[in-house]
Design a protein around this ligand. Structure first.
Ligand code: ADP
Ligand code: MG
Length: 691
């Protein structure tokens, strides 16, 4: 048989074959390499253990392994003892150690431990008394002992973990010869990393906890490194394209600021300084401005736009929806009322005459600022001299569009705004190719937003409260997580709520409904009615998250709040309190989930978006963080962006240094990395094509 390579289809691997190969494909394993990189989820004890359910009082020499779900200490009486409860999925069993107080530091809930010894009985239930024990995993899931390791693999598609394990085991000896080294010895030594082939082998068959940790660290480094290599290439490439340096003088600054009926906050000033110093360079700016809803990002972006206009160049401002584009457009027109600056709106719904006129005026340069949706990305949109692109709420666009837009025409300066405060780990990954400005201060004179956590049974009171506010001329949002009723989740659907609220005491104020499944025009029509005050109550699924600006809307009721992420709730809440009036955000949590309620408590205590975002990321992990699949975060198998932050930083530094020295990875000793990069991230980032 021909020699195996990493690219060889898995059917030719030992113990595989065509039928197994089909089953392996269901697990995402197509090649020998995929097989070798299919790592165990965890390790179990080999055979000696028996299910707890089969343990009987009177048995001797019994070993079970299970998770510690509870610990207790009884210190009274003549025989104080330490007791824990073990659960292995089959049953629970109590384990008692007399005079075991010293164990309090060794045995904690969450650990997986094995206990061996004699089984006695207590009130007719079997229990261990003074058994020997061994902690199998520490709190981070690291295996602590040896010999009895049984790797447990992600299984499925007709394959059990055991079959997967046997196929991998039969091929693992190939790892040494097949897996190429990425770095030389000195490089590894400097960073305390073990060779990659060793790491792959040890991930499957570690000798002990230390070896497994070292293997994991090496592979996590590799993942972070490859990702940052991609980031570094995008960034370096962007930075090496020429851009127009924009002149920025005190006079220009004064003229621009005169357009705003307020002075900028310190945080806005800082962002403006960072932006203008970028704009003066002959390299394109690539900057992310992040700040809570209402922090004044639009104003900062407009400052940048007017700097470009003062240089007789054009600006494109993109928003994710027509209603947001329209809102930006109106706002900008207000600020620019009576000025020479020509601003146009370009969205899908316009008639051909308007559209064609705008297109013509963009081509001749008569239009200075165009505001629109992704319609601006269309081939037919030609600029005479585009110098700046501003993208609002960029995470809704995804990385693909981001690079697409940047690739269009001349290299413009590029400014992204986002209202999702981004924890620093994610800033280095999803937005790792951008510089970041942070607006961490709200403009003065805003009303305060108070957040309350209430129970479902308080709903009548909430309705009364809302009715009172509506009588005072305010408006209210009612937010629901799902649109159609789902009996499993027992969620009230927005549709039901709409009917209920319309029929109830709020009906007289006019109730509207928007949700994700509605056609865009209907949705925008309802939002427009709400914005213009024709209806006072808006029942919505999460669509309002992206940002209508309604100053009179100062009540928000969020149903089933525990179903939302913290960052998402914080963003939703940012929709109210936009004017001078105080606002009230009411989080309605379903009963019976104390952990979820505690989680929500953070929101009642702080309005600091970054603190909330960090907390959210910690609780839910990066994948869920953005609440959308479009976040552009590469999938990581081994690395954990939160736990491995320092490793990520190291990898980032190394990757950027490498790209600085060898921007196209052309050096012979970088060819392996180049191949890995194309394989792993090439399609995603559109990098190194034609390589
Ligand atoms: P964001 O885009 O960050 O959500 P905006 O730029 O839309 O915020 O600003 C929110 C509101 O605050 C707008 O009505 C804007 O006019 C106002 N605003 C912005 N900056 C200031 C400031 N420095 N002082 C007072 N009001 C401000
Ligand atoms: Mg905004």
């Amino acid at each position: 048989m021909a020699e195996l390579t990493l690219e060889t289809p898995v059917q030719y691997a030992k113990r595989a074959g065509p039928r197994r190969a089909e089953q392996l494909a269901a697990l995402g394993i197509e090649t020998v390499e995929d097989l070798l990189l299919h790592f165990p989820r965890r390790f179990d004890l080999r055979k000696q253990t028996q299910p707890i359910a089969t343990v009987e009082a009177g048995d001797d020499n019994v070993t079970v392994a299970g998770q510690v779900i509870d610990c207790k200490e009884h210190s009274y009486g003549s025989k104080p003892f330490f007791e824990c409860l073990l659960d292995d999925g089959s049953a629970e069993i109590a384990v008692k150690w007399f005079h075991g107080g010293y164990l309090r530091n060794q045995i904690r809930p969450g650990l997986l431990i094995a206990v061996s010894g004699k089984v006695g009985a207590f009130r007719d239930l079997p229990q261990f008394v003074n058994p020997s024990f061994q902690v199998i995993y520490d709190a981070s899931g690291v295996r602590l002992d040896r010999d009895e390791l049984l790797p447990v693999y992600p299984a499925g598609g007709g394959l059990t973990s055991g079959i997967v394990a046997s196929i991998i085991k039969a091929n693992l000896h190939n790892a040494q010869s097949l897996i190429p080294p990425w770095f030389d010895k000195a490089y590894l030594a400097q960073r305390g990393l073990i060779p990659r082939p060793d790491a792959v082998a040890a991930m499957h068959r570690p000798e002990d906890k230390e070896q497994w940790s070292r293997a994991r660290r090496r592979l996590a480094y590799d993942e972070c490194f490859l990702m940052q290599l991609g980031v570094a290439i995008v960034r370096t490439r962007e930075r090496h394209r020429p851009a127009h340096a924009l002149k920025f003088t005190e006079e220009i600054d004064r003229h621009i600021r005169a357009r705003f009926p307020f002075s900028l906050t310190n945080a806005q000033d800082r962002a403006v300084r960072e932006i203008t110093s970028d704009l003066r360079r002959t390299r394109p700016m690539n900057r992310l401005v992040q700040g809570d809803v209402g922090a004044g990002k639009t104003v900062v972006a407009l400052h940048a736009a007017l700097t470009a206009v003062a240089n007789h160049r054009q600006v494109a401002i993109m928003a994710p929806t027509e209603i947001l584009a329209t809102q930006h457009y109106r706002k900008i027109c207000q600020y620019l009322d009576g000025s020479q600056v020509n601003t146009r709106l370009l969205v899908g719904g316009q008639n051909a005459t308007t559209r064609n006129r705008t297109l013509a005026e963009l081509a001749t340069g008569e239009v200075h600022i165009v505001v629109g949706t992704h319609a601006l990305l269309s081939e037919t949109v030609k600029f005479r001299d585009l110098a700046l692109v501003v993208v609002d709420e960029q995470h809704k666009f995804g990385v693909q569009q981001r690079t697409g837009l940047r690739g269009k025409g001349y290299a413009p300066h590029y400014l992204v705004m986002t209202a999702t405060p981004i924890p620093r780990t994610l800033a280095l990954t999803v937005f790792g190719d951008l510089d970041v400005s942070t607006i961490d201060e709200l403009p003065p004179g805003r009303g305060k937003t108070e957040t309350k956590l209430v129970k479902e049974k308080d709903l009548p009171k909430i309705i009364d409260f809302t009715a009172k506010k509506l009588h005072e001329g305010q408006q209210a949002y009612f937010i629901y997580p799902l649109v159609t009723p789902s009996p499993e989740l027992e969620l009230t659907a927005a549709q039901d709520a709409y009917e209920e609220l319309s029929a109830g005491p709020l009906g007289e104020f006019g109730v509207g409904l928007v949700h994700g499944q509605m056609p865009a025009e209907r949705k925008e029509a309802v939002m427009t009615d709400f914005r213009d005050g024709r209806i006072k109550v808006l029942v919505a699924s999460v669509v309002v998250e992206v940002g209508v600006d309604v100053a009179a809307a100062n009540v928000m009721v969020i149903q089933h709040a525990e179903r939302f992420g913290l960052a998402q709730l914080h963003q939703l809440r940012g929709r109210i309190g936009r004017g001078r009036d105080d606002a009230t955000c009411i989080l309605v949590a379903s009963p019976g989930n104390p952990i979820a309620q505690r989680r929500l408590d953070v929101l009642t205590k702080t309005a600091d978006g970054f603190q909330i975002a960090e907390e959210d990321l910690r609780l839910r992990g990066p994948g869920e963080f953005f609440g959308t699949k479009q976040h552009g975060l590469p999938e990581l198998k081994v690395a954990d962006l939160i736990e491995d932050f320092e490793l990520l930083r190291l990898a980032r530094r190394d990757a950027f240094a490498m790209i600085e020295e060898d921007p196209d990875l052309a050096a012979p000793h970088h060819q392996q990395l180049r191949r890995e990069l194309i394989k792993t991230h090439g399609l995603r980032l559109g990098l190194l094509t034609g390589a």
